[in-house]
Design a binder for this molecule. Sequence first.
Ligand code: SAH
Length: 345
Amino acid sequence: MSIRALLEQRIRERGPVSIAEYMELALAHPEFGYYMTRDPFGAKGDFTTAPEISQVFGELIGAWVASTWKNMGEPARATLLELGPGRGTLMRDALRATQGVEHFHDALRVILCETSPVLTDIQQEVLHKKHRSMGWIEELTPDDLPPLPLFVIANEFFDALPIRQLVGRKERHVMLQEGKLAFDLPASKKLHETCEPALEIIRLLTTHIAQHGGALLIIDYGYEGGSKGDTLQAVKQQQFIDALALPGESDLTAHVDFKALAKAAHSVKGIAVHGPVPQGLFLKRLGAELRATALCKNADSAQQQAILSGLERLVAPTQMGELFKAVAITRKDMPKPEGFYAPRR
Ligand code: SAH
């Protein structure tokens, strides 16, 4: 069996599947789903992400969490949750970078939310003994969150959640046409996307933060104003391919609708949404260049080049610097988190 065979069978038996069902099956089917069966990251994999490009990324995010925790008056106990931790690289770099922050690690319980057993194994190996209190969950429920301040990191997580596509009032589906997978409606200008699972997660986390304090940091590619039409995309070996070409064998994502996420957050009383700020500007405000320069001091010339080209990929407007954006959600009575205002130097 494969995802394609499964999809064809389902469509024959029950009719066309929605885009959300298509994404859900292709990515998360327990046996054949894309994320469930492989490690998709890195130069040899299908795609690469910011923490895999440069250690500076995870280090700065670690420092961001520590500074937000300090802004709150250094609560003696707090939860640090990462959604979709991939290979565990971001968390590893974040924990290493904040080891020297007094009382910070002692205050934390680290929770990693990951559906993929393959990636959970890799995370457990990478993070082994990196923190004394660490646990994994497959799915986020309110019961997983102790009544404590909560800091959440989500890098390239929300883009992986299943979206629905509506053309006018009709929902777009995947059907079979002459034995091949095909869309039943064209991707016209009237196409509008929604991502209910994302909104549900935002409401859950925001409600917790409103009650117990903390902050949620989202970094992803997406759009801020109105609908952007069809953003469903598939990537295989660092190349864009047709979204229906290789279900279960390619990474499927959609752009994140930041406006919809902000609206879901604002539905909870007493909440502030900061950003979106372009990733390049966000990382520079957190001191990306200083950090890279410091790393270069103890590096040979080949390593220096790798450090600088990694930084360039993260911040340059033509690379990840503009397309990716950072958004933070905090309580209204908290100061603006770092990276969301111009720092005084
Ligand atoms: N944050 C990582 C990985 C991004 S890829 C990085 O920056 O490198 C998306 C990650 O989210 C993968 O780890 C994938 O397995 C996970 N994921 C996708 N859907 C999920 C869901 N519904 N619940 C938890 N994890 C999910």
